[in-house]
Design a protein around this ligand. Structure first.
Ligand code: CS2
Length: 472
């Protein structure tokens, strides 16, 4: 550490005291409500909002999911935090002030009050792919224990829901009752057609409670589809120290992200929106090609590296990509994906080259274990569409099938499987041989489980990144 930085670190002041001076004279009014206050929201949507030309008009009230911790820590700092852009060559630091309220997600009373306020124009969501509680066929799983419990609770009118969907539906009911008018719901989770997914989940939940509310949501909520991109690993203690050393203040909640960021949106904003385009967001009529490019090439490669890489003993994306066996599997998967993306304006060769650079950024310690979570849901967006498209072309889809096989191996070797279908996965893993493969495949996509050659192919590909964990 330089003498100058050392001196700064020694005289570190508390973040709120220092930054009260940095916050623009008045806090922006709450016009955006966010569900899923985590590192990615802070490095992406809040960062875009902070940089919009009309940022002074657009404050965010951000709610956590299961735990209050992130909200408590951020509230201590008046919502202010540091974004550390970590490139190959070094770090740069910026303070973000768009979050004007950080709230424990359990405070559903505050959520309903804010969603019911006429000033609120936009609801953004980063609640994780798995939280939409969709069955493999795309409909809401009303039998999922937490969804069923929330529906019973909504019906009885006693107490607050615990799922993000349940909380959002209750808040939208309050907006309807208040006559506060239409608004936009912007899904920022990595799902294909994420606006439609959010629509189906929210309207599905509302309809199972109150048909009138479901119709009101249909008529008044515009579900915007987006493709979101910025690699944002979990913040570590070392990141907190790095901010203190470089900036001279103690920020308990900095967020580290790669310099690259991308946001493509498609849909209407009936009550207005910030000028996110000032920060580089792009508005398009047809989002599908952008979504597929990102979900298949970036997220698909991430999942492949997460499972193959851990089976090969690696910890981070950069380490896994440096392993020729993993790198080759990624390139083959990208070839299959590229064959099913429109050539031309998407610039796939340049996108692939840029991804190799982004994944190789060893200064970003992006942990494979973080990416490996919720595999049964993620593979539906990342491997299945490519495998199906390849099969439809009369090809095997072996590279996409290999990602699924690596996930199957991972389910028996991981210390603890974090997956919404962990119980079903464990049950499938008690079977043996082809029966086991078919049962696991059915959790990801029932139609693939019914496709004999795919089952056989996946079975053959199990064990190719490491020891076969369960003998056939
Ligand atoms: C990752 C994503 O954890 C994961 O599943 O693939 O979070 C990925 O880092 C982001 O989508 C990058 O934009």
């Amino acid at each position: 550490m330089s003498i100058e930085l050392q001196a700064k670190a020694e005289s570190a002041v508390e973040f709120p005291r220092l930054n009260r001076a940095l916050r623009p004279s008045a806090k922006a009014p709450v016009r955006i409500v966010h569900l899923g206050l985590g590192a990615f929201h802070r490095s992406h949507q809040a960062w875009y909002t902070h940089q919009a030309g009309d940022a002074a008009d657009w404050g965010i009230a951000a709610f956590t999911g299961r735990r209050p911790d992130a909200a408590l820590a951020l509230a201590e700092q008046d919502g202010l935090y540091t974004v550390v852009e970590r490139g190959d060559a070094g770090d740069s630091f910026a303070t973000v002030s768009s979050i004007v309220e950080a709230v424990d997600g359990a405070d559903v009373g505050r959520l309903t009050a804010l969603v019911a306020a006429p000033a609120t124009a936009v609801i953004t969501l980063t609640i994780t792919e798995a939280a939409y509680r969709l069955r493999a066929d795309g409909s809401l799983d009303t039998g999922a224990a937490d969804v069923a419990a929330d529906l019973a609770l909504l019906a009885s009118g006693g107490g607050y829901p615990t799922t993000p969907l349940g909380r959002l539906v209750l808040a939208l009911a309050a907006r309807r009752a208040a006559g506060a008018g239409p608004l936009a719901v912007v899904c920022c989770d990595n799902l294909s057609n994420n606006g439609t997914v959010a629509h189906n989940a929210v309207v599905g939940m509302a309809g199972a409670w109150d048909a009138g509310l479901a119709s009101w949501i249909e008529a008044n909520a515009s579900f915007v589809s987006t493709s979101v991109d910025r690699i944002t690993p979990r913040t570590t203690g070392a990141d907190v120290e790095a901010v203190q050393a470089a900036c001279g203040y103690r920020d308990s909640s900095p967020v580290v992200a790669e310099p690259f960021s991308n946001w493509v949106l498609s849909g209407d904003f009936p009550a207005g929106r910030p000028r996110w385009e000032d920060a580089g967001a792009v508005f398009v009529a047809d989002i599908e090609p952008y979504e597929n490019r990102k979900l298949w090439l970036l997220n698909g490669a991430h999942s492949l590296l997460a499972y193959a890489g851990q089976l090969r003993g690696h910890t981070t994306v950069a380490e896994a990509l440096a392993d020729p066996l993993c790198r080759d599997a990624v390139e083959r998967f990208w070839d299959e994906a590229e064959a099913n993306l429109p050539a031309g304006e998407l610039g796939i060769p340049a996108y692939r080259a840029a991804l190799l650079d982004r994944f190789s950024n060893a200064r970003i310690a992006h942990h494979l274990a973080q990416i490996a979570m919720d595999g049964s849901t993620k593979l539906r967006m990342r491997a299945v569409p490519v495998l199906r498209a390849e099969r439809a072309q009369g090809r095997t889809g072996a590279a996409a099938a290999r990602m699924i096989a690596a996930w199957m191996d991972h389910t028996t070797t991981a210390d603890e499987l974090s997956d919404p279908l962990a119980g079903e996965v464990a049950a499938a893993n008690r079977l043996t041989g082809t029966e086991r493969i078919r049962a696991l495949l059915a959790l990801v996509d029932p139609s693939l489980a019914a496709d004999g050659p795919v089952v056989e192919l996946v079975e053959d590909l199990c064990g190719t990144f490491g020891e076969r964990a369960v003998s056939p």
